[in-house]
Design a protein around this ligand. Structure first.
Ligand code: ZN
Length: 418
């Protein structure tokens, strides 16, 4: 345990959480909302105040900064990355973070809405956090611990390292991104400018969790074509594409192959949007599996249902397109086992039990990994994200900072040839 340092992660988190940084999937600009720069700009100012003079905010809303090496040895450049935006699913305006000191294991009633109770039955992790200081929102908004916990952890790491130059480490790059929650977090990242060899996102949940595997993901679009005719005179002629699409959705299995009925390592297909008129109807799907090769099998199976549906409506037709979205980061990380080994070693040194996890979703790290920057994810304590019941333990955030302090030293001691 690090005892000679008073962590700044809590006060930082409270300050960052109060700033509205919600991203907007409908926006075409980058960042999708200008207000994300309110936080990004503050982070640059705070980094400058720490003496990190090269901290800068670019036009796209990305923050780049360097913690200079304290060692003259050859050490790979490591990047720590977090996103400043919060999810569009829940309001992020007027967030009032509340600290429940020395939490005693009770359900947490949020003060601004009597309906909003964080129950320990639903949120079992809370039962392990007795004695911690738990931060929640007030009931009207999300908290934004996803990912302001990660932002605060990286900022506290920077402060620690600046104040403790005796800690030996190589060059460290800091990256804060906008628009992660709308899937555009790395669209405008400049990896050449970043100049890092390996990275870690700080965007994970429970104490000790380490994620180096994500889903692989495709999107599919199915178009059904009918035959339009005046409905008053449609007998024997009219074929309604909406009914074909309805029959198609009805053919989808209910007991498997769907997010409602799968867990752990099972994949699924999931309709996310449909629209249409009698002449043409479109259904959009996401396809997910940990094994990339399975995506093709899932798509073939999905297309079979489309074919069957069309078979029930003579005269109708369909087309079917699949496009890749992202890939399981493990396919990249498997070539760099030390990235995980060093994280495990750092957690051991911090007295934290390492828990390897697979994310049933994607992260910015999945895309960064395939762009050439291998990038698994480390815990921050953020829990129940994207909703009003979001919470984070101050002590979990502090342990996360501590893990990073050890991690940069492990990299320094062990080195790594890519
Ligand atoms: Zn996140």
């Amino acid at each position: 345990m690090i005892t000679d340092y008073s962590f700044s992660v809590e006060e930082r988190f409270l300050r960052y959480a109060a700033i509205d940084t919600q991203s907007d999937p409908q926006s075409l600009s980058t960042p999708s909302t200008e207000k994300q720069k309110d936080l990004a700009g503050l982070l640059v100012t705070e980094l400058h105040q720490m003496g990190i003079t090269d901290a800068e905010l670019d036009a796209y809303g990305y923050v780049y900064a360097t913690i200079p090496a304290t060692s003259s040895e050859q050490v790979p450049v490591i990047c720590f990355c977090a996103h400043v935006d919060t999810a569009p699913d829940c309001s992020g305006t007027g967030v009032k973070p509340i600290v429940d000191r020395n939490y005693q294991g009770q359900d947490i009633q949020l003060p601004d809405d009597p309906q909003q109770v964080i129950s320990t039955r639903e949120h079992r992790y809370l039962q392990k956090k007795i004695g911690d200081d738990i931060i929640t929102a007030s009931g009207k908004t999300l908290l934004g611990a996803d990912d302001k916990a990660g932002v605060a952890v990286i900022m506290d790491l920077a402060q620690y390292l600046v104040e403790h130059p005796e800690t030996k480490h190589g060059r460290i790059r800091i990256l804060f991104t906008p628009d992660e929650e709308i899937g555009r977090g790395v669209n405008h990242v400049n990896l050449e400018k970043l100049g890092a060899e390996f990275a870690y996102t700080l965007d994970g949940g429970e104490l000790g969790s380490f994620t180096d595997e994500t889903f692989s993901a495709d999107g599919a679009v199915v178009n059904f074509y009918g035959i339009s005719s005046h409905p008053g005179f449609g007998k024997g002629k009219l074929v309604n594409a909406l009914k074909v699409a309805g029959a198609f959705l009805d053919l989808l299995p209910r007991a498997e192959f769907s997010p409602e009925t799968t867990e752990a390592r099972e994949g699924f297909v999931h309709p996310v949007r449909m629209e249409g008129i009698a002449e043409k109807a479109t259904v959009e799907f996401i396809i997910r599996d940990f094994i990339t090769a399975n995506l093709k099998l899932h798509a073939m199976r999905l297309e079979q249902f489309a074919r069957q549906a069309v078979g029930k409506f003579p005269g109708s037709s369909y087309d079917f397109q699949v496009a890749p979205q992202y890939r399981n980061m493990k396919e990249v990380l498997v070539a760099y086992p030390k990235v995980a080994e060093y994280a495990e070693e750092a957690m051991q040194r911090a007295g934290v039990t390492f828990k390897r996890e697979s994310a049933r979703g994607g992260t910015d790290g999945s895309r960064l990994s395939f762009m050439g920057l291998p990038c698994p994810d480390i815990f921050t304590g953020e829990m129940a994200f994207h909703g009003k019941h979001e919470y984070v333990s101050v002590q979990d955030m502090q342990r996360s900072v501590e893990v990073l302090i050890h991690l940069v030293q492990v990299w320094h001691e062990r080195g790594y040839a890519k």
